[in-house]
Design a protein around this ligand. Structure first.
Ligand SMILES: [Zn+2]
Length: 409
C-alpha cells in the first residue's frame, strides 16, 4: 500500500543538505520516491501522513551491539545467571528499546548460542517489531580468549577454518573474530595489549569468510592486532584503541595509511568507555580520561578512515538508548554533524555491506525516523525522536503532548 509522508525538512543523507517541504513516497515497505512535496505526484487517494515541523531522515544504524547483554555495570553477571530462554526474552526487550531510540538496523557482534539469529529471523518474519538485525553469531576466539564463554574457542588454522564454516552453516551475516584480548573477560585487561592470533591465522579467517561472501569484523585494541587485521584485509576494526605493548597508546602511521587506502571501517565504540553521565568503568586506569584518545581518532579521521557509529551497546554502562551519546563523543575529535549523521546511517550501511538501508532514496527500505529540530545543525536533535517507521510501517510514535524532550536519565 502506498503512503505519502510530508515533513518540513528531509535529510536523505545520500545527497547533501536539506529538502525543505519534502515528501517521501512509500510503496510496499520500500521508498518509491523522495523530493520536494510540490514535485512528487502520488497517485490519487494515496494516504498522507503530514508530520509538520520535524526532520525526516533514515533510521539509525548501530554497528556494534550485543543484544544478549543488559548494559548494566556488570552485564556478564546477568548473562551467566540466565538460561537461553531468559536471555532471548531480554534480547526482545533490548531490541524494543533500541528501535524506540531510532535505531532501525543493528549489527550484533557476538551472541550466545546463535540466539541473535533466532531474534533476527523473528523480526524479519514479522513476529516482533524490532530493528533489522545483522548477526555475527558466535564469535571466534582462542582457547580461554576474549569472550570464550560465548564464543567458539579455536586454535590454529584448521580449527579456525572449521569455525568460519560452522558459523556460515548456522546462517550468520558476518564473522566476528577476537584479534586481541578484552577487559570484560576475566583476566583480560592486560591481554588487550597484544594479538590473540598469529597473522596467518587471522588472514585465514578473512580469506575463508570472504570466500563465502561474509564480511569480517575484528575486535582489536592492540596496535599489533590492528596491524594484523588491516594486513589480513578485515572489513572493520572494532574499538581500535591503538594500545601498545607497554603502557600507552601508539598509532602506527603505516597501518593507518593502509586502512585509508583499503577503505577499512573503524567502529570506535567510545560510549562504551566513556558512558553518559560520567559513570566511569570502575578500575580501568586506561579509560579515566578521553583526552589522550581524541588525537588518535582525529588523526584517523584526517587520514580518511571511515568511522562508523556503534557503542558496544549492551556492554557495561552502555544502555540501548545511547547511540547519540556515541555520536556526541565522536564530535569531540572534530566530526561535524553531517559526518556524524553519515557515520550512523550511510557509512554504517556500507560497513555492513548493505545497500538497502542508510539513506532515503528510491529502492531502499522505508526505514525512517522523524526528529524535532535539525540534526544537521546539532546532532543532539537525534535524542528527540517523534516517530519511527520500519519497512513502511509505524513502529513507534511519541505520544502527543509535552512528553520527555531530553534523554531519560
Ligand atoms: Zn563488543
Amino acid at each position: 500500500m502506498d503512503l505519502c509522508i510530508l515533513a518540513e525538512r528531509i535529510l536523505t543523507i545520500s545527497a547533501p543538505g536539506i529538502i525543505a517541504h519534502g515528501a517521501v513516497l512509500v510503496r510496499g515497505g520500500s521508498i518509491a520516491a523522495v523530493g520536494r512535496a510540490a514535485d512528487l505526484h502520488p497517485p490519487a487517494g494515496t494516504p498522507t501522513l503530514s508530520l509538520g515541523d520535524v526532520t525526516l531522515l533514515p533510521g539509525l544504524i548501530d554497528a556494534h551491539a550485543h543484544l544478549m547483554l543488559d548494559g548494566s555495570p556488570d552485564p556478564l553477571r546477568t548473562l551467566q545467571a540466565e538460561d537461553d530462554s531468559q536471555v532471548l526474552l531480554r534480547m526482545v526487550h533490548n531490541a524494543t528499546v533500541l528501535i524506540r531510540s531510532g535505531v532501525t538496523t543493528v549489527r550484533d557482534c557476538a551472541c550466545r548460542n546463535h540466539l541473535s539469529l533466532a531474534l533476527r529471523d523473528a523480526i524479519r518474519g514479522g513476529l516482533l517489531v524490532g530493528p533489522n538485525v545483522l548477526s555475527a553469531g558466535r564469535v571466534l576466539t582462542i582457547t580461554g580468549g576474549h569472550l570464550f564463554f560465548v564464543g567458539r574457542e579455536c586454535d590454529g588454522t584448521d580449527a579456525l577454518r572449521h569455525a568460519v564454516r560452522a558459523e556460515v552453516k548456522a546462517g550468520v551475516d558476518l564473522i566476528k573474530v577476537m584479534g586481541s584480548g578484552g577487559r570484560i573477560t576475566p583476566g583480560g585487561a592486560n591481554l588487550r595489549r597484544r594479538p590473540q592470533l598469529t597473522a596467518d591465522e587471522l588472514a585465514l579467517v578473512v580469506r575463508e569468510a570472504h570466500g563465502f561472501g561474509k564480511r569480517v569484523a575484528v575486535h582489536a585494541h592492540a596496535t599489533a592486532a590492528i596491524a594484523q587485521a588491516v594486513a589480513a584485509g578485515a572489513d572493520s576494526v572494532e574499538h581500535c584503541l591503538w594500545l601498545d605493548d607497554e603502557t600507552g597508546f601508539r598509532l602506527d602511521e603505516r597501518t593507518l595509511e593502509r586502512m585509508a587506502a583499503q577503505g577499512t571501517f573503524v567502529v570506535p565504540t567510545l560510549a562504551r568507555f566513556f558512558p553518559r553521565g560520567g559513570a566511569a568503568e570502575s578500575g580501568d586506569p586506561l579509560m579515566r580520561d578521553i583526552d589522550p584518545l581524541l588525537p588518535l581518532f582525529a588523526r584517523m579521521r584526517e587520514a580518511g578512515v571511515r568511522l562508523v557509529a556503534g557503542n558496544d551497546t549492551g556492554a557495561s554502562y552502555t544502555p540501548f538508548t545511547d547511540l547519540v551519546h556515541g555520536l556526541e563523543l565522536m564530535a569531540r575529535f572534530g566530526m561535524a554533524p553531517a559526518e556524524l549523521l553519515r557515520a550512523a546511517t550511510l557509512t554504517a550501511a556500507e560497513c555492513l555491506g548493505r545497500d538497502d538501508v542508510g539513506a532515503l532514496a528510491a529502492g531502499r527500505r522505508a526505514d525512517l525516523i522523524a526528529v524535532r529540530g535539525n540534526p544537521l545543525d546539532d546532532v543532539r536533535a537525534l535524542w528527540d525522536v517523534e516517530l519511527i517507521i520500519k519497512d513502511g510501517q509505524v513502529a513507534w510514535q511519541q505520544m502527543p503532548g509535552p512528553g520527555p524532550r531530553a534523554p531519560l536519565a
